[in-house]
Ligand binder design. Structure first.
Ligand code: PEP
Ligand code: MG
Length: 836
């Protein structure tokens, strides 16, 4: 097709914020060496054709392609930065080289999560590669959606081509091995072009029977040279020697970018930086200290022929001991309300009783094995099964099994487990187990490094919960570091610095001190109201279960109680509290909160929260049964009694009532009516505000109808996640996936806010998502005006609010609704509103 040289408006090939090249986190792109262009930080996972044209080049690894528009402009579209390292994984090309495509046609699809996790950045480039003939005019747009006008290309009046002619016959050539990671993809090709353009000589690259001019980006990329391939460079002209030298350097010196740390999950290990091991962040933080390796129990070979009865008894006793220890851990976790810890160890207890394991161990003992070896082998066999499934989450559960293997072995060998640890140590291990982690945390370890493991493992969850910096998947090299060597663990970036200088140590101490000071500053401001930079007020209240917790919340600056879970008054006792006792308990919470308001939720039993003295009908699916407000259906007198107690607190205007598990408007209307009747009976002139929890998808979808009759809505993201994702919120194996930042939940939250706004009602969030600082800008952006958080996080969340621009949050949150997973949302949040 001949070029028509017409002006051309390109449509956006991706949706997302638009960036100038100078803001791209890559030196080569940012310098314009590849040509002028723009970048998009994509919120979708599909690259579309920006115009009609022909695909003239496709990267071997499928992460980039070039289209020649009908006017002759050539546009390179490059998804993400450093994506060549993925070697095609996560990219699915939908067109071939030479294909004719039309504007808007899908060119390539990519796995947004994977690219975000494994590469430096998702920021994608649209570069005009024949700028000597065309020029680009950006349209000054901040953010685009696929198909919207994006930039203009106009033909240059006179092509700015090099005119100097070098007629010299002098020639120089050399063989070079290409060292660029991923071969001669776009960025190395740009460097080669830049090198060639600095000389009057004509230079060419020869590979596999083809050759290309070095100053042609397309030509160089089109040769398909891979990393480690040998190419020949020839230069002809009067400065051929100098040109050759420059090109040999450009071909053989890898681009010197700082290696990148993936944000989570499986690693792309980069070893280019000397003295640094690169892994995956499981829990962020920056620490320094001596690195100490922790080894597991290793067994000598088993001579066999043991007395089966004796060995069975030994195994039983060891199992009993470990069960006892786990029960103690569970009880402590329960007391501290450390839900994640409780879930993890409850799962361990179940594993310890698993008949497949016990039968295998017992059978080996019957055949003469020692209890130790029988137990070790039974666990190993189960681990093999889990690992063989090829699914990371199952593979990570194998670590829980290894934990039990080690605990039982230690019990069998009679070793009281003692790993001597100086305070302030960083601990390395092949793979740490949850119980190791608890021990190490109690011994004041300051950081954890693992050769293996994943960011969603239980250890990772526990490490995050304890604020213990942790990096996984560092590779076996971490186990070879000499004992006691002083290191720096930069967990947020997945880096273990093996030989930090004194200056680096001092820097780490400075940063840590600054963080402590920052926490102190946040605490100092905790009692001030929180407003975004552009003046939007966000109430930061607290979730509590008793007046003692309300006291803590008040002291920590809570603007009120956003959720009092009254069922805690009802559990762990033989009889129900009477009206008087309830009234006193509610009054105590009001009294603890000074002048501030208190939202009291009516009893939410049923499901996982059963009461001994309140026999409810047996149900096949209690979580889908008579829980929350549905209790009014079977035990109306209980709810009546609670409402009566609530109506007697003073001042009643400070008390708001919240109804759990509402799924239709009639449930609300029924309680409203009942409250009115009770108010009349008690001769009350003040009516407390009545709100509805949005914790089942039906309620979110009906938010508008509910808001017509409710005074406020409060989103319970814990149950909303469970019911939206169809994942048991208490399921240890799904713990990492029950993530309320899932785009499906964000859509429900957005719909709730929109429904409430139609009737001028406010929306709060009282589920755990409100306590997650990464989520604060999203919730503010979607229209939430109250966050009810755990009492100790009030200062942090208020501080987070004060650093946000609500208008900006509103703009960017909308884009998150279109993402494909919670992981993608988390990554986008990190990019838009990084947590320092
Ligand atoms: C929720 O579901 O998010 C919530 C706050 O209620 P609970 O955790 O008590 O079920
Ligand atoms: Mg709930």
């Amino acid at each position: 097709m001949s070029n028509n040289n017409n002006d051309l408006t390109l449509s956006a090939p991706l949706s997302g914020p638009v960036l100038a090249l100078g803001n791209v986190p890559d030196k080569v792109f940012a310098s314009g060496a590849m040509g002028d262009g723009l970048a998009i930080d994509p919120l979708n996972d599909c690259l579309h054709a920006p115009c009609d044209g022909e695909i003239i080049q496709v990267a071997r690894t499928g992460h980039a392609l070039t289209i020649r528009a009908d006017n002759g402009a050539e546009l390179l579209m490059h998804v993400g930065i450093d994506t060549v390292a993925l070697n095609g994984q996560g990219f699915a090309l939908r067109v071939e080289q030479g294909a004719r495509v039309s504007r808007g046609q899908v060119l390539l699809q990519f796995d947004l999560d994977r690219v975000a996790r494994h590469c430096k950045s998702l920021i994608s480039l649209i570069i005009l590669t024949n700028g000597e003939h065309f020029q680009l005019r950006p349209l000054g747009i901040d953010s685009v959606k696929v198909g919207e006008p994006f930039m203009q290309i106009t033909a240059r009046a006179t092509a700015s081509v090099r005119t100097a002619v070098d007629n010299s016959d002098a020639e120089a050539s050399a063989q070079v091995r290409v060292t660029h990671r991923g071969g001669l993809h776009a960025r190395p090709a740009a460097l080669i072009r830049k090198a060639a353009q600095g000389f009057s000589s004509q230079s060419r690259l020869h590979f596999a029977g083809h050759s290309a001019a070095c100053d042609s980006l397309m030509g160089v990329m089109g040769l398909g040279v891979g990393e480690g391939d040998e190419v020949r460079v020839t230069c002809r002209g009067k400065d051929c020697e100098a040109a050759l030298q420059a090109l040999v350097t450009a071909l053989s010196q890898p681009i010197g970018d700082a290696p990148h740390a993936p944000a989570a999950a499986a690693p792309v290990r980069v070893t280019a930086e000397a003295g640094v091991l690169q892994g995956v962040c499981a829990a962020p933080g920056l620490v320094c200290g001596p690195l100490l390796r922790m080894a597991g129990v290793e067994l000598a070979p088993d001579p066999g022929n043991h007395q089966a009865d004796e060995q069975l008894q030994r195994l039983d006793a060891a199992l009993e001991q470990v069960r006892g220890e786990i029960h103690t851990t569970l009880a402590q976790a329960r007391q501290r309300k450390a839900v994640e810890e409780e879930e993890i160890f409850a799962a361990h207890l179940a594993l310890l009783e698993d008949p497949a394991l016990l039968d295998a161990a017992n059978a080996a003992i019957e055949h003469g094995s020692a209890a130790t070896h029988a137990w070790r082998d039974a666990i190993q066999a189960q681990c093999q099964v889990l690992l063989g499934l090829g699914k990371p989450l199952f593979a990570e559960r194998a670590n829980d099994l290894r934990d039990l293997q080690q605990r039982v072995l230690r019990a069998l060998l009679g070793e009281a487990w003692q790993f001597e640890l100086p305070a302030g140590a960083i601990v390395s291990a092949h793979e740490l187990t949850p119980s190791d982690l608890l021990q190490l945390s109690a011994q004041h370890a300051v950081g954890l490094c693992m050769a293996e493991g994943g960011a969603t493992s239980h250890v990772a969850i526990l490490a995050r919960g304890k604020g213990l910096p942790c990096v996984v998947a560092l590779g076996a090299e971490v186990l070879d570091v000499p004992q006691g060597q002083r290191v720096v663990l930069d967990a947020a970036n997945g880096r273990l610095e093996l030989a930090p200088s004194e200056a680096r140590h001092a820097e780490v101490h400075r940063i840590r001190d600054a963080q402590k000071r920052r926490r102190q500053q946040q605490q100092n401001q905790a009692h001030q109201p929180a407003q975004t930079r552009d003046g939007v007020s966000i109430e930061v209240a607290a979730n509590v279960a008793s007046s003692a917790e309300a006291q803590v919340a008040f002291e920590n600056g809570a603007d009120g109680v956003g959720l009092l879970r009254t069922e805690f008054l009802f559990v762990d006792r033989r009889t129900a509290p009477d009206e008087q006792e309830q009234r006193q308990a509610y009054q105590a919470v009001l009294d603890a909160m000074g002048e501030k308001s208190v939202i009291i939720r009516t009893i939410d039993v049923g499901g996982d929260k059963q009461l001994d003295y309140l026999p409810l009908p047996a149900e096949a699916n209690p979580v889908l049964g008579l829980r929350g407000i549905r209790l009014a259906q079977v035990r109306p007198e209980l709810l009546d009694q609670q409402l009566r107690a609530l109506l007697q607190v003073t001042p009643l205007g400070r008390c708001r009532i919240l109804l759990p598990m509402v799924s239709e408007v009639d449930e609300l209307l029924h309680i409203r009516q009942r409250l009115d009747q009770l108010c009349m009976e008690l001769e009350l002139s003040v009516r407390p505000e009545l709100g509805v929890m949005i914790e089942v998808p039906a309620a979110a979808l009906l938010a508008e109808q509910l808001a017509r009759h409710a005074d406020f809505l409060s989103i319970g993201t814990n149950d909303l996640s469970q019911y939206t994702l169809a994942m048991d919120r208490d399921h240890a194996g799904l713990a990492a996936r029950v993530d309320a930042l899932h785009p499906a939940l964000l859509r429900l939250i957005a719909q709730t806010c929109a429904g409430a706004a139609k009737h001028g009602r406010w929306v709060g969030v009282c589920g755990a998502l409100a306590s997650d600082p990464l989520a604060t800008p999203v919730l503010v952006g979607l229209g939430v005006s109250e966050l009810s958080v755990s009492p100790l996080q009030i200062a942090e969340i208020k501080d987070r609010v004060r650093h946000l621009e609500a208008a900006h949050c509103r703009q960017l949150s909308q884009g998150l609704l279109d993402l494909s997973s919670a992981t993608a949302v988390r990554q986008a949040c990190q990019r838009h509103w990084p947590l320092s």
